[in-house]
Design a protein around this ligand. Structure first.
Ligand SMILES: [Mg+2]
Length: 231
């Protein structure tokens, strides 16, 4: 029986595409940089690659923040201070919290049925403040953020720390809801948890065996919350 839901934050509860676009535009204005038209495409491509290196343990979070915009600017042909841009971007990101469609309804529908914990890779203060701004913190029983946990998803140690804090809950009594097949679904599956893949962009999974439930909108779980109980 599932007792706990671990819920990823970016692109599961909060729309990272929209939040990051808004934050980068503000940072660019502050630094008086003109971003090229294809900047968002370059950003997402390079940013995904860098985060994958973090998930594989090839980079620390600190290193990621130091090199991210230098790498992205180079790929986009922009000459500007990537480290300064990163700090402005993150300052702005802390103030942007655009919810994914139906995310708040999803939390309300699950509240009382399961214990609800956000589980995110990122800086603690940033993620906590964004969840609060979106009005989501009040529906959550707690938040696990990699910076404060000391390890990132999908590392086993991330889940070790989470479960040590949850008390007598076993991995098979929990389900991870998230958009990333590597950080969320793969990590949780390897740990013995159940998995619900939020596939908003209708991608093809590399390994369908690690997915217990696939949804393309959180609304599916609002209408049919019992589906989780049947896993
Ligand atoms: Mg995510």
């Amino acid at each position: 029986m599932i007792r706990v839901l671990f819920i990823d934050v970016d692109d599961t509860l909060l729309d990272f595409d929209k939040c990051s676009a808004e934050s980068m535009n503000l940072a660019a204005r502050e630094m008086e940089i003109d971003l090229p038209e294809d900047f968002l495409t370059v950003f997402h491509r390079e940013n995904d690659k860098i985060w994958q290196r973090l998930e594989k343990g090839m980079l620390t979070m600190e290193e990621l923040f130091r090199i991210r915009f230098q790498t992205i600017f180079k790929a986009a042909g922009i000459e500007a201070d990537g480290v300064l841009f990163e700090s402005l971007f993150r300052k702005n990101l802390e103030r942007t919290a655009v919810p994914v469609e139906h995310a708040l309804d999803f939390l309300k529908a699950m509240k009382g049925r399961y214990l609800l914990y956000a589980a995110s890779n990122g800086p603690y203060h940033q993620q906590a403040s964004r969840l609060a701004q979106a009005g989501m913190d009040v529906w959550l029983d707690g938040i696990f953020v990699s910076e404060e946990v000391g390890f990132s998803k999908p590392k086993k140690e991330f889940f070790d720390v989470c479960f040590s804090r949850l008390g007598d809950i076993k991995p098979e009594e929990s389900m991870m809801v998230g958009d990333s097949l590597t950080a969320d679904i793969g990590g949780a599956h390897d740990y013995g948890m159940r998995t619900c893949w939020l596939n908003r962009k209708h991608k093809k999974p590399s390994d369908p065996n690690i997915i217990n439930i696939e949804i393309d909108s959180l609304q599916e779980l609002c209408y049919n919350p019992d589906i989780i109980g049947r896993i």
